[in-house]
Design a protein around this ligand. Structure first.
Ligand SMILES: Nc1ncnc2c1ncn2[C@@H]1O[C@H](COP(=O)(O)OP(=O)(O)OP(=O)(O)O)[C@@H](O)[C@H]1O
Length: 241
């Protein structure tokens, strides 16, 4: 059925977008990376950020998470909680003397403040996040003594503990064995079904194909946006994978 009311259509579109960015430039001191990016992140859906190494996926996630400031352009979020960001493993200070439980508890800092004692509710959220990522039995272990894949799951649990409706993950499947990868894929699908908007940067073609939408980056520009079928063409695949 066509909708002839443009105001209503616009309203619906805006509700369907969790984040919209227009003319975005961003990068690092002396190194511009993203150039004039315009696009959107569909609400209550899974978006895969794909593109070759160095194309700007992590930088875009950093901008969406608010840890990298755009130097130009506009970024608009629909109403919701501040995003939860799970950066790439190496970026997360693996050497800090923290237990698994303390690491996941850090996900509650935004909700309760750094100095307040965890409430029963905080503890329940942390327990549940550790259970979902199958790291509850590692709770007392030091983060630094875990395997790469275990650490990755702990960091995803920390993201989950933030209970945001916008979850941003940078290559969450990296370093995981096929079983753990499958478990993460299922978890992310469940989160979307439960009302979370998920964005993941990925080199995992299977994960990208399973997403609702793909954003394809190349040399800091957005060169494709749409469904996986539209974006993951033979040419795009040859370049990115
Ligand atoms: N902290 C930094 N300081 C300066 N330049 C950086 C920094 N982080 C990334 N870059 C540069 O920014 C560009 C984009 O990097 P980015 O990490 O966003 O790419 P990516 O698509 O996530 O790559 P990959 O697939 O390898 O993770 C690259 O040229 C990279 O060298």
């Amino acid at each position: 059925m066509f909708n002839n009311n443009p105001r209503e259509t616009r309203g619906t579109e805006e509700r369907n977008q969790r984040v919209r960015f227009t003319g975005l430039d961003a990068g690092y001191p002396g190194r511009p990376v993203l150039r004039q990016l315009s696009g959107d992140i569909a609400a209550l859906a899974m978006t895969a950020l794909v593109g070759p190494n160095g194309s700007g996926k992590s930088t875009l996630l950093g901008v969406l998470a608010g840890v990298i400031q755009a130097t130009a352009g506009e970024l608009r979020y629909s109403e919701g909680r501040p995003p939860a960001f799970v950066p790439q493993r190496g970026a997360a200070g693996d050497a800090l003397p923290l237990t698994v439980r303390q690491t996941v508890e850090m996900g509650r800092w935004g909700a309760r403040g750094l100095w307040r004692r965890p409430t029963r509710q905080d503890r329940a959220v942390v327990d549940s996040a550790m259970e979902r990522l199958a790291v509850a039995d590692l709770a007392a272990r030091q983060l630094g003594e875990l395997s790469g894949g275990q650490r990755q799951r702990v960091l995803i649990a920390q993201g989950l503990a933030q209970q945001s409706d916008l979850l941003l993950l940078d290559e969450p499947a990296t370093g995981l064995d096929p079983e753990a990868r499958g478990r993460i894929a299922t978890l992310l699908t469940e989160l979307v079904a439960d009302g979370t908007t998920v964005v993941q940067a990925t080199h995992d073609l299977e994960a990208a194909r399973a997403a609702d939408a793909c954003l394809l980056l190349d040399e800091g520009r957005l060169v494709g946006q749409g469904t996986p079928e539209q974006v993951l063409t033979a040419t795009a695949l040859a370049r990115a994978w």
